[in-house]
Design a protein around this ligand. Structure first.
Ligand code: NAD
Length: 482
């Protein structure tokens, strides 16, 4: 990173070098708390993506044949460096994305943990031995895919870079990362750190740019062997089609409209906290947000009283002051969420709290709760990706289950109850890739993550990511004496 005029400049990372885009073009990234541009970033297009893929290709043989414990050591070194830069990376993330500083710090720590976790996995990627009839020996090995592409969204840029890149590198793949155009900065910094800790040139390349340019060039590139896409459903479909044209491995981590079911026997204090974390963390811009509160009729009034009281006391300000909630990421997202506030008013009436912007510079909207929502309303079916909670009432277990499953998504689902039989029946029957019991966002780097239905396919996190980033080779030998 260099400073020119009053904007910091961020370039591409290709083959271990910091380089300008072939076209020499830059785009600006905006601080959503002030609406001011604060950095300029090289704008990668097809020629740059070609160069990055070619560098990743050239590095693939050395990286995949390196003893896995050495790969692991390098990833551990990267984890340490990321951790050592926690404060500066967190501040950068906060300026780029708007999130509260403590959330930025947590995302950097999560990123470091992914590299640390998969550093430990690197030398434990092994196959099976399969018993066949007498006279044969059969075993499998897991081999890397080769060059992998990671297309990253803007909501959790540092976190998801770690989630997608660490298992790719640990299993012997090389990587070309396309961060979101709204939030590209920490990816460039982490690319520089990778070179500093001795990860060989070409193993981790970073090509910031726009989706229709750098992103499309990467997902349709014939020399890319695996694509990890995290983002919206429409883009996921485009990326999936482009990858399939080349018969390239692809996994899609997409959106959600996740139900948070609360029963009268829940610990109300903790269920309210967990509901608020689920919808207001990162200003609701989380794929696994608990955006539908599915609440039992007997507890609804009491629960909403506590919820609105606590919501009223939330601090909303620039992420740099570390409030409870920062601004939305961009003007586009601000327009989208404020439009949903109007849709919500038309469908469900005035929200019981919030519903407005802060009326100052920056993309701030109030934490908002709509009561009296029917599950077929748009605010119950569509991913708003903002701090907007839809409250839907139920009376029976069957009804709660039906509401929970009645969207096109299936990313996560949660239940708050002291009745463990009921909780596990819910976990059994809900169509979601992960289930939280008595806490939202439960789990960690070790737990597999991914969607059912339109929330995607394939799994990241935990050991499940090893499957996503390797291909199985079966080897069968006839050992009968000749
Ligand atoms: P998006 O789909 O607009 O963009 C995601 C990424 O794709 C960006 O890097 C973008 O530049 C790139 N892109 C855009 N068009 C492209 C194209 N034609 N070809 C290739 N790449 C292209 O999503 P977003 O708005 O950045 O992120 C929000 C969405 O991401 C939400 O739907 C959210 O639920 C989802 N998300 C899912 C997960 C998960 O793990 N399931 C995690 C975080 C976010």
């Amino acid at each position: 990173m260099t400073t020119q005029t009053d904007l910091s400049t961020y370039d591409l990372i290709i083959d271990g070098e910091t380089v300008a885009a072939d076209s020499g073009e830059y785009f600006e990234t905006v601080n959503p708390a002030t609406e001011d541009a604060f950095a300029r970033v090289a704008r990668a297009r097809k020629p740059d993506v070609d160069r990055a893929v070619s560098a990743a290709n050239a590095a693939a043989a050395e990286w995949s044949s390196m003893p896995p414990q050495e790969r692991g050591r390098l990833l551990n070194n990267l984890a340490e460096q990321i951790r050592a830069q926690q404060e500066s990376l967190a501040l950068l993330e906060t300026r780029d994305n708007g999130k509260p500083l403590s959330h930025g710090r947590a995302d950097v720590e999560t990123c470091a943990r992914y590299f640390e976790y998969y550093a430990g996995v690197a030398d434990k990627v092994h196959g099976d031995s399969i018993p066949l009839t007498d006279g044969y020996v059969d075993y499998t090995v897991r081999e890397p895919l080769g060059v992998t592409a990671q297309i990253i969204p803007w909501n959790l840029p540092t976190n998801i870079l770690g989630r997608s890149v660490a298992p790719a590198l640990a299993t012997g793949n090389t990587a070309v990362v396309k961060p979101a155009e709204q939030t590209p900065l920490t990816a460039v910094e982490i690319g520089e750190l990778a070179a500093e800790v001795g990860i060989p040139d070409g193993v981790l390349n970073v090509v910031p740019g726009f989706g229709g340019e750098a992103g499309a060039s990467l997902s349709e590139h014939p020399d890319v062997d695996g694509v990890s896409f995290t983002g919206s459903v429409p883009t996921g479909i485009e990326v999936g089609k482009a990858a399939v044209e080349n018969v390239t491995n692809v996994h899609l981590e997409l959106g959600g409209k996740s139900p948070n079911v609360v029963w009268p026997d829940a610990d109300i204090d903790s269920a309210v906290d967990s509901t608020m974390t689920g919808i207001f963390a990162n200003a609701g811009q989380v794929c696994s947000a608990g955006s539908r509160l599915v609440i039992h009729e007997d507890i609804k009034t009491e629960f909403l009283d506590v919820l609105t009281d606590r919501t009223e006391r939330m601090t909303i300000d620039s992420g740099e002051t570390d409030p409870d909630m920062g601004p939305l990421v961009s003007e586009e997202q601000f327009e989208k969420v404020t439009n949903y506030l109007e849709i919500g008013r038309a469908e469900a009436g005035e929200p019981i709290i919030g519903g407005d912007t802060l009326g100052r510079d920056g993309y701030f909207v109030e934490p908002t709760v709509f009561d009296g929502v029917d599950n077929d309303m748009r605010i119950a079916q569509e991913e708003i990706f903002g701090p907007v909670l839809s409250v839907i009432e139920f009376s029976t277990e069957a009804e709660a289950m039906e509401i929970a499953n009645d969207t096109e998504y299936g990313l996560v689902a949660g239940i708050h109850t002291q009745n463990m039989g009921r909780a596990h029946r819910f976990a059994r029957d809900v169509q979601a890739g992960q289930v939280y019991i008595n806490e939202w966002f439960a789990g960690g780097e070790e737990t597999p993550f991914g969607g059912f239905k339109k929330s995607g396919f394939g799994r990241e996190k935990g050991l499940a990511a090893v499957d996503a980033y390797t291909q199985v080779k079966n080897i069968c030998a006839d050992i009968t004496p000749n």
